[in-house]
Design a binder for this molecule. Structure first.
Ligand SMILES: NC(=O)c1ccc[n+]([C@@H]2O[C@H](COP(=O)([O-])OP(=O)(O)OC[C@H]3O[C@@H](n4cnc5c(N)ncnc54)[C@H](OP(=O)(O)O)[C@@H]3O)[C@@H](O)[C@H]2O)c1
Length: 257
């Protein structure tokens, strides 16, 4: 039996990924701040899927958060076969006006925790010559994002970092997949204070479950970059042939209210 560790598993894409793994019979380590929500999920999943679920309630934006989680799983002899760095959030507004504390926490979560988690669990995976990592990036990773400048930059980091590490670890039988969803139904829009941004106005916004199933399949096939949705795929390829200044203009108009 394999075990998946999923960060940000109390809601949205992370919770949906937990459901996908549970339905495949994988044990779970679920990490997020809302411990009581994780406890509810544990009860439900252990009953419905006959698996073991271990929950860790922690704010992953604090210093050494990934190390604390790693130490806890190691102490409990839990081997992680799938590491899913999903926890993340955004913020909306002019950079000169947005809140630094929120942005600083975003960098600590979206970048620092994800990087440290990858380093810690990767070492054990390399020793075993077995394991898969999924880092949840975004279609935001492919261009800069006026009105969400810091968020887009964090996701560009996640994509760049994931592709590079994937190339390094393939020889050891390990893969790193950067999952790149576009706008998806979850708590993201509210947490990013995106209000009436045009980005979420489309009628065909996919569910977190849809994105999670796509991401799971991509990780199991050892895909390096997995862009969800045909329109997103076309857009990402079109960006490569479009002048950068024009791409920034178009992105801004999409993010506008
Ligand atoms: N939804 C979209 O449109 C979209 C598009 C592209 C990429 N993404 C990415 O998908 C990932 C998942 O987001 P989502 O859309 O599922 O949003 P969501 O519904 O808001 O879920 C975010 C998850 O992250 C956890 N989290 C937030 N801050 C945390 C912290 N400081 N420490 C630990 N856990 C924390 C939350 O749990 P707690 O509140 O319990 O801590 C929650 O489980 C993110 O990396 C996001 O950037 C989302």
């Amino acid at each position: 039996m394999k075990t998946a560790l999923i960060t940000g598993a109390s809601n949205g894409i992370g919770l949906a990924l937990a459901k996908v793994h549970a339905s495949k019979g994988d044990n779970l380590v679920l990490v997020a701040r809302n411990k009581s929500k994780l406890d509810e999920i544990k009860l439900e999943f252990e009953k419905n899927y006959k698996i073991l679920v271990y929950v860790i309630g922690i704010d992953l934006s604090i210093k050494n958060a990934a190390q604390l989680v790693y130490d806890e799983t190691t102490r409990n002899n839990i081997q992680i076969d799938y590491l899913i760095n999903n926890a993340g959030f955004g913020d909306y507004g002019m950079f000169c006006e947005t809140n630094w504390d929120k942005e600083s926490q975003m960098i600590d979560l979206n970048i620092t925790a994800l990087t440290n988690f990858t380093k810690l669990y990767l070492k054990d995976m390399i020793k075993r010559k077995q394991g898969k990592i999924m880092n949840v990036a975004s279609t935001a990773a492919f261009q800069s994002g006026p009105l969400m400048a810091v968020y887009f930059a964090t996701k560009a980091y996640v994509l760049s970092f994931s592709e590079a590490v994937d190339s390094e670890v393939r020889a050891f039988g390990i893969s790193v997949t950067a999952l790149c969803p576009g706008a998806t139904e979850s708590g993201f829009k509210e947490n990013a204070a995106m209000g009436e941004s045009k980005l979420f106005k489309s009628k065909s916004i996919p569910s977190s479950q849809h994105v999670a199933e796509f991401g799971y399949k991509a990780m199991m096939k050892d895909k390096t970059v997995a862009i969800h949705g045909l329109m997103n795929l076309i857009m990402v390829h079109a960006i490569r042939f479009t002048p950068r200044a024009l791409v920034v203009k178009i992105t801004r108009s999409l993010l506008n209210k």
